[in-house]
Design a protein around this ligand. Structure first.
Ligand code: ATR
Length: 273
């Protein structure tokens, strides 16, 4: 019997990662034989863990919190998207070199446009947060030519700096939350880590209007704090980030295996659990 190609997700914490299950379902569906595990890596030991994994014959890695920036520095070669994002969530060994990609942004955009059928072109889009999660999705969003993309952050300067770094790609502005008063948006994407502690960004009233769609990049069994807040503000719809998680995984799977799995049945299976 041939040995399964080995893949893993490295993070800290990582025990609750749904990636092993997602990749198992992809492999089953596409008839690929892979072994995908979650590996807990101690802070400060990421480079060593990556080197050990690949020298033992590992084929590819997903990287999650808090190692995405470290993975970016470790890669010998970067995709354009990863270069811009300043973070890597997918590593592959190709011709002896470590290749780094970032599939988070494409994962978000595919979930929005294909699964949820939310148009981005010509829309007014607000991204909340200016950390790594926000940075990773800006370029793929701008590719769809929104009418306006605003990044708003609790610390306004971080949002302004981020907007400047992406200004060559489209109409993008950065501000604090207060500056949003009198504005409203078609799509509001929460890329802050506030939901993880059950908090919501303090937005002026009216930013989320009755026709707005809201999206939380975090996922949970129950609607997140941001989703509940958005619906209470009158948002038309509010979604969590489970679809984004499955879509970013599918893009990694395609990079490693050369085959694109179907994502909808996997999203449905995870939702049903
Ligand atoms: P990540 O890689 O998940 O983006 P990060 O780089 O630590 O993590 O960024 C966290 C983001 O969530 C930041 O934009 C942070 O705002 P500040 O830059 O002002 O710190 C935002 N954030 C975290 N908790 C928040 C809260 N309770 N309300 C609003 N924004 C919050």
């Amino acid at each position: 019997m041939t040995e399964a190609d080995r893949y893993a997700v490295m993070g800290n914490p990582v025990a609750h990662s749904r990636s092993p299950e997602i990749h198992r379902l992809f492999a089953e569906q596409t008839g690929q034989i892979i072994d995908y595990r979650a590996i807990l890596v101690e802070t400060g030991r990421f480079p060593e863990a990556v080197a050990d994994f690949f020298s033992a014959g590992g084929k590819g890695l997903n990287v999650t919190v808090p190692f995405k920036q470290e993975a970016w520095r470790l890669a010998d070669r970067l995709s354009d998207g990863a270069l811009r994002a300043g973070a890597v969530n997918t590593l592959a060994l190709t011709d002896g070199a470590l290749y780094g990609d970032n599939t988070d942004g494409i994962g978000l955009v595919r979930d929005l446009t294909r699964n949820l059928e939310i148009g981005l072109g010509g829309r007014q889009i607000l991204v909340l947060g200016a950390g790594g999660a926000a940075r990773g999705v800006l370029a793929p969003l701008l590719e769809h030519r929104p009418k306006l993309l605003v990044i708003a952050n609790r610390t306004a300067d971080r949002a302004r700096e981020l907007a400047e770094q992406f200004a060559d790609l489209g109409d993008i502005q950065g501000s604090g939350f207060e500056a949003l008063k009198d504005l409203s948006f078609d799509l509001v994407i929460n890329a802050t880590s506030a939901s993880l502690s059950g908090q919501v960004p303090q937005l002026p009233p009216g930013v989320i209007k009755s026709g707005s769609c809201c999206y939380d990049m975090v996922y949970a069994a129950e609607p997140t704090a941001f989703m509940r807040y958005a619906l209470a503000q009158g948002a038309h719809q509010a979604f969590d980030g489970l679809g984004m998680l499955v879509e970013q995984a599918a893009a990694s799977f395609q990079l490693w295996r050369g085959i694109m799995p179907q994502t909808r049945p996997v999203i449905r299976a995870l939702r049903d659990q």
